[in-house]
Design a protein around this ligand. Structure first.
Ligand SMILES: Cc1cc2nc3c(=O)[nH]c(=O)nc-3n(C[C@H](O)[C@H](O)[C@H](O)COP(=O)(O)O)c2cc1C
Length: 363
């Protein structure tokens, strides 16, 4: 790659090295088998991305506890059978010198009642109606402790599978994002109120994982920087305060899901959102970003604005060999992608059904 993306990256506290700065973003594909077993199709697709040169692969949002499911074909890390399939992923990534991570997820207020046989849970209750037909149940203290244990258990299974680390999904209005969001988290106990209280669940999960695995195991957190679409209450300054707490709490990287990495900050007119985040972080925590990276030139621009690692989403769906193509100066296949092309990349009909719901992905 004639690009700064080809430089290796050392996660300083873990002492783990990624061979380049290009990351496969977590991408839900809906291809896991009944109950959340990783399918052969997923492994074929992940192997293509590993062979295609990504230095780090983050496997899709993976369920850590019953009740949190958001997609029928969502992978899970709830038991030894699930772990064994992730061991295959670890083996595949290692064969190509890539780091293998899995994103740990609970849907929170967005969990789908029909997939879980119950109403969703969140930090605070929401009455039934509109977006939440069954309403949302507030987690009890014991429920929160059980959730912390569930995330930690899934991380220990990821470690047992031979993965290099986990990314805690605290973006996109899912459970951990719900706790951080003062409009969704209305608690007045130790899990709500101040930023430190709202971040407590995340910090306790990190602590619980650290207590059970060696320090070389990577822990990242994915955050939304701002409100987006119909999700309100996510404010940049709050998210940065949370990030500072996480930096002090033994995290290996923060992953901002920018939507558009080149956008200006909503609340600071004329300022690059990414440059603001990077300057506020001040190098205290490695910074990964995702959103609208089409090619290596875009990735270089983000490194120039202060990112350390650049995650590629949609473009990688049709170009799992994104890194190799860009290194060789070859054209990328542009989205929207043909169904036939995506079937050749390892995706199946279930994945195509899901991708059809994402604007601009399929022809
Ligand atoms: C099909 C699809 C599935 C996704 N699944 C996940 C996911 O499992 N977890 C997550 O945090 N983000 C998910 N995202 C968001 C991507 O990781 C990424 O942040 C987003 O697509 C923006 O990057 P892009 O412009 O390069 O696509 C998904 C996006 C797409 C298009």
């Amino acid at each position: 790659m004639q690009s700064s993306l080809s430089q290796p990256w050392l996660f300083p506290d873990a002492g783990i090295r990624a061979k380049n700065r290009a990351v496969l973003a977590p991408l839900t594909h809906n291809m896991s088998l009944e109950g959340g077993l990783v399918s052969d199709n997923e492994l074929i697709w992940l192997e293509k991305a590993a062979a295609g040169g990504f230095g780090t692969l983050i496997a899709a949002a993976t369920l850590v506890a019953d009740g949190g499911r958001c997609w029928p074909g969502q992978p899970a890390l709830l038991n030894e059978q699930h772990q064994a399939r992730f061991a295959e992923f670890a083996r595949i990534a290692a064969g190509h010198g890539a780091l293998a991570l899995v994103q740990l997820h609970h849907g929170g207020v967005r969990a789908i009642p029909g997939l879980n046989g119950r109403s969703p849970v969140g930090p605070s209750a929401i009455p039934a109606g509109g977006r939440y037909p069954l309403g949302v149940e507030a987690l009890t203290d014991e429920g929160i402790e059980a959730m912390i244990a569930a995330f930690a258990d899934a991380a220990v299974r990821a470690y047992g599978a031979g993965l290099h680390g986990v990314e805690l999904h605290a973006a996109h209005h899912f459970l951990l994002c719900n706790f951080l969001n003062p409009e969704v988290n209305q608690r007045s106990d130790k899990w709500g109120g101040s930023a430190a209280n709202r971040a407590r669940i995340l910090l306790e999960i990190i602590g619980a994982i650290r207590a059970r695995v060696p320090r070389s195991f990577l822990i990242g957190v994915r955050l939304s920087p701002e409100s987006y679409a119909n999700v309100q209450g996510i404010k940049l300054m709050n998210q940065l305060e949370i990030t500072r707490l996480l930096a002090a709490g033994g995290l290996d990287y923060v992953h901002f899901s920018m939507g558009d990495s080149f956008k200006q900050a909503d609340e600071f007119v004329g300022e690059s959102l990414l440059a603001l985040i990077a300057s506020q972080l001040g190098g205290k925590l490695p910074l990964m970003v995702a959103g609208k990276v089409q090619n290596a030139r875009d990735g270089d621009a983000l490194l120039g604005l202060g990112a350390d690692l650049v995650a590629v989403g949609s473009a990688a769906i049709g170009n799992p060999d994104w890194v190799k193509r860009q290194s060789a100066g070859q054209q990328l296949i542009p989205a929207p992608f043909s169904e036939q092309w995506l079937l050749e990349q390892g995706f199946n009909e279930r994945a195509l059904d899901y991708f059809r719901t994402v604007p601009g992905l399929l022809l």
